[in-house]
Design a protein around this ligand. Structure first.
Ligand code: GLC
Length: 422
């Protein structure tokens, strides 16, 4: 199938399960949090009611404390592990107990800006706005209780970059001894060499077992967890989402909301600022338990450009870092530096390029005036999709499509970023 606008729309329609879109059939049979945000930005380009519906259905899973879970198990399905029985969250609809990067306010604002049906857009955003504000407040209270200006993730899946080498050292503190038996289903769908290892899965499930035993209570999780990291995807995306929420608050919120969001933006800009590493020309994540920077260069380290918090000198330094990476790969942006010995071009977040991630980095550079590197990231992404199709991720050396096929957030990115011909 050629990579056309129509082919991308077909993927969203095929993956539609009645108001929510699965990432891809089989491998990921439920609604995922940040996937839904990317997917809404895809739907809005050709079916506005459906875009708003995607957001509403994700928010059906929101918890009373404001948290928006990383997966909403709308309908039972046994092709996925770990399902609701492993998470034990006692929430209805069934959900996981962790979250994912907070792209939703950005998606809602984007949909609101481009929507032709103004009455529908006003109606939906006025309903969505207080829920977004509640989620962003949850991030502050549950995940930055010490007021650092950086929120912490308590599970590698919360970063959206599941098995990134940046989490290896922190994750090594989690004992690979889950009480729940491991029943992997992912390797029945996708080549095991492109997926995380068995040891990784044992630790993933061990963390879920621990949190379930703590009844998913945020203060207890924060206190007892062996894994607590300030990740740049989560922090930069949340900062940007707060800017977008502030814009929505002009129309839908109160003066007090605007003051609250503005104050938080100042605190988080300062928090992200401290993660810059001048020698490496990139931002590094931070381990909140060892209290040391995690000196692993990963694609999330460029996302402060998307947040809009990097000054001109840093934008230039990051563009130079990317130019250097580009001499080692054929397509930007590898998820792990190709200069790092842990770089594995086909293994998930340890090297492959991801189209939706490229959109955030590429748009961030474009908005910061670094038009050459922005254009390079965009054309590399278009070339990957034209060559390999709408895969989950891509080998940045060969351009091969990897992981799941017929992938919703890749199709949505191609639609919303304008990568396709008719
Ligand atoms: C994987 C990815 C994550 C994504 C999910 C569903 O877990 O790492 O970013 O949200 O799959 O597509």
């Amino acid at each position: 199938m050629t990579a056309s606008v129509e082919a991308a729309r077909v993927i969203l329609r095929d993956n539609d399960r009645g108001g929510y879109t699965v990432p891809t059939a089989g491998l990921y049979p439920y609604q995922w949090n940040w996937d839904a945000a990317f997917i809404a930005m895809g739907w809005i380009t050709f079916d506005e009611p459906r875009a708003w519906r995607e957001i509403d259905r994700l928010l059906e899973g929101q918890w009373a404390d404001g948290m928006v879970p990383h997966v909403i198990f709308h309908q039972p399905n046994d092709t996925y592990f770990p399902g609701p029985a492993v998470w034990r969250t006692r929430h209805q609809p069934a959900t996981t107990g962790i979250t994912q990067p907070a792209l939703l306010a950005t998606a809602a604002r984007k949909c609101w800006q481009v929507a032709g049906d103004r009455a529908l857009a006003e109606d939906r955003v006025s309903a969505i706005y207080p829920k977004l504000l509640a989620w962003h407040r949850w991030w502050v209270s549950a995940r930055d209780p010490e007021g650092r200006g950086l929120v912490g993730i308590l599970h590698p899946w919360e970063s959206g970059m599941d098995n990134s080498p940046a989490w290896d050292a922190a994750f090594a503190r989690v004992s690979p001894t889950p009480t729940t038996p491991i029943r992997r289903t992912d390797t029945g769908h996708v080549d095991a060499a492109m997926r995380p290892s068995d040891d990784f899965y044992k630790r993933v499930i061990a963390l879920i077992d621990l949190y379930a035993s703590l009844d998913w209570d945020p203060p207890r999780l924060w206190q007892k967890t062996p894994f607590k990291v300030a990740d740049l995807a989560v922090n930069a995306i949340l900062h940007r989402a707060n800017r977008d929420l502030l814009a929505l608050a002009e129309r839908f919120g109160s003066a007090a909301d605007r003051t609250e969001i503005t104050e938080r933006l100042a605190v988080t800009a300062a928090g992200i600022d401290r993660l810059w590493n001048d020698r490496a020309g990139i931002y590094f994540p931070f381990d909140l338990i060892s209290r040391e920077p995690i000196e692993v260069a990963i694609s999330a380290g460029f996302l402060p450009v998307w947040a809009g918090v990097a000054d001109a000198a840093r934008v230039k330094a990051m563009a130079a870092t990317l130019e250097r990476w580009r001499t080692k790969v054929s397509y930007l942006v590898p998820s792990t530096s190709p200069e790092d010995p842990r770089f594995e071009p086909k293994r998930y977040w340890r090297g492959p390029a991801w189209a939706m991630f490229n959109m955030l980095i590429g748009e961030g550079f474009a908005e910061s005036g670094a038009s050459d590197i922005a254009a390079r990231i965009k054309s590399d992404t278009a070339d990957l999709i034209a060559k390999a199709g709408f895969h989950e991720y891509f080998d940045p050396v060969t351009g091969d499509g990897c992981g799941g096929g017929h992938f919703s957030f890749t199709a949505s990115t191609a639609l919303s970023w304008g990568l396709l011909g008719e």
